[in-house]
Design a binder for this molecule. Structure first.
Ligand SMILES: [Zn+2]
Ligand SMILES: [Zn+2]
Length: 141
């Protein structure tokens, strides 16, 4: 099993949720697609591997994973939410408002800002999602 799948299953188990075959299949499919997938597309993908897992189970599991903070919905302006993985604590996107393209970046200089905000509001930060909206290189020419 993929280590990220294992990591997410571990978080789910720590919160007292059982490690069911359905949850395993759903999480594995989500990690396999590296997130950025709609609930419907994920349900289709799960169905190929585990035909007995119903669509509602996929929706409910996504809700649970959102509640646990390991997954988060984002809106790219194309209708349905895409679910992204947050288990490693951060996620960064540049989102083009014209072509709806998403550029991923790893390096994050928001750490100082986060520390200042955590201090100011006495807030415990678990994760962050940084989203910048604008026009990509091919759209602003
Ligand atoms: Zn664009
Ligand atoms: Zn992303």
């Amino acid at each position: 099993m993929d280590s990220e799948t294992e990591n997410i299953l571990e978080i789910v188990a720590q919160k007292g949720y059982r490690r069911t075959a359905a949850r395993l299949a759903i999480i594995a499919a989500l990690v396999d697609s590296d997130g950025h997938i709609t609930a419907d597309d994920l349900a289709d993908k799960v169905r190929q591997q585990a035909p007995l897992v119903g669509r509602m189970t996929v929706y409910r599991t996504l809700d649970l994973l959102c509640e646990l903070g390991v997954v988060r919905p984002i809106f790219q302006g194309t209708g349905a939410a895409h679910y992204i993985l947050m288990a490693d604590g951060s996620h960064h996107h540049l989102i083009c408002t014209r072509c709806h393209g998403v550029i991923e970046f790893e390096e994050c200089s928001a750490t100082t800002l986060m520390e200042q905000l955590a201090e100011k509001f006495n807030f415990h930060v678990f994760s962050h999602l940084l989203e910048l909206h604008g026009l990509c290189e091919s759209c602003h020419e």
